[in-house]
Design a protein around this ligand. Structure first.
Ligand SMILES: [Zn+2]
Length: 203
C-alpha cells in the first residue's frame, strides 16, 4: 500500500495516474472516492486510504455516486506475491466465485485456500468472498448506469444467484434499492443515446 502522504498528495492534485491504485474514504460522509473525484476536497484530517474498493467497503464506506469507484481502472499495484493475487482477482472478476468455491479457486492457483486468504488479507484488504461480492456489485452498478436492462437481467448478468440477493446486497452497500439509483440517472448519462425516443421511465 502507498503511504498516506503519497495518497494525500495525489488526491489533492486529483492525479489520474493514481486512479485505481488507492481509494479515499471520508469519515464525515462515510463515502469513498477515486483520487480523481470532482467533488469538493475533504479535509485531510477526515480521510483515510485503502488499496482497493472492497477494503473501503469492508471498513463501512459506500461508493461515491459522482466519481463511481466501480469505473476505476483495474490496477493491481501490489508487491511481493502480486502475480498470484492479480490472477486471483482476474478469475474472481470473471466469476470464479459466483458459482465455485474458494477452495476450487485456490486449487486453480496452485495454493491452499488458507494461503489465498492470507494473501488477500495482506494485499487486497478483504477476503476472496468479500472481493467477489464487491466485484458483482460493481458489475451490476455499471450495467445499471450503462444499460436499460431489467433488474432481473442485471442481477443474473452480474453474477447474483437471484434478484432477491442482488437487491439485498445492493441495498446493504448503497443504502437504497438499485431501481432508485437508476431513476436518479441524469439525462446525459451513458446508455441514454441508445434508448428509443420517449423511453424515459426506469422503474
Ligand atoms: Zn467521489
Amino acid at each position: 500500500m502507498l503511504s498516506f502522504d503519497t495518497c494525500n498528495a495525489a488526491r489533492l492534485r486529483r492525479d489520474a495516474a493514481f486512479d485505481g491504485r488507492f481509494f479515499t474514504a471520508v469519515r464525515t460522509t462515510r463515502i469513498y472516492c477515486r483520487p480523481v473525484c470532482p467533488v469538493k476536497q475533504p479535509l485531510t484530517r477526515n480521510v483515510s486510504y485503502y488499496p482497493t474498493a472492497v477494503a473501503a467497503e469492508r471498513a463501512g464506506y459506500r461508493p461515491c455516486l459522482r466519481c463511481r469507484p466501480e469505473t476505476a481502472p483495474f490496477c493491481p499495484a501490489w508487491n511481493g506475491t502480486r502475480t498470484t493475487v492479480a490472477r486471483a482477482m482476474k478469475l474472481i472478476d470473471d466469476g470464479a466465485l459466483d458459482q465455485g468455491s474458494v477452495a476450487a479457486l485456490a486449487t486453480r492457483l496452485g495454493i491452499t485456500a488458507r494461503h489465498l486468504a492470507r494473501l488477500f488479507e495482506q494485499h487486497v484488504g478483504a477476503s476472496p468472498l468479500q472481493t467477489a461480492q464487491t466485484l458483482r456489485l460493481q458489475r451490476a452498478k455499471r450495467l445499471l448506469d450503462a444499460t436499460d436492462d431489467s433488474m432481473t437481467e442485471i442481477a443474473f448478468r452480474s453474477g447474483f444467484g437471484s434478484l432477491r440477493r442482488f437487491n439485498a446486497a445492493f441495498h446493504a452497500l448503497y443504502g437504497r434499492a438499485p431501481s432508485e439509483l437508476r431513476r436518479r440517472r441524469p439525462p446525459s448519462a451513458a446508455g441514454r443515446a441508445s434508448q428509443p425516443a420517449g423511453a424515459t421511465a426506469h422503474v
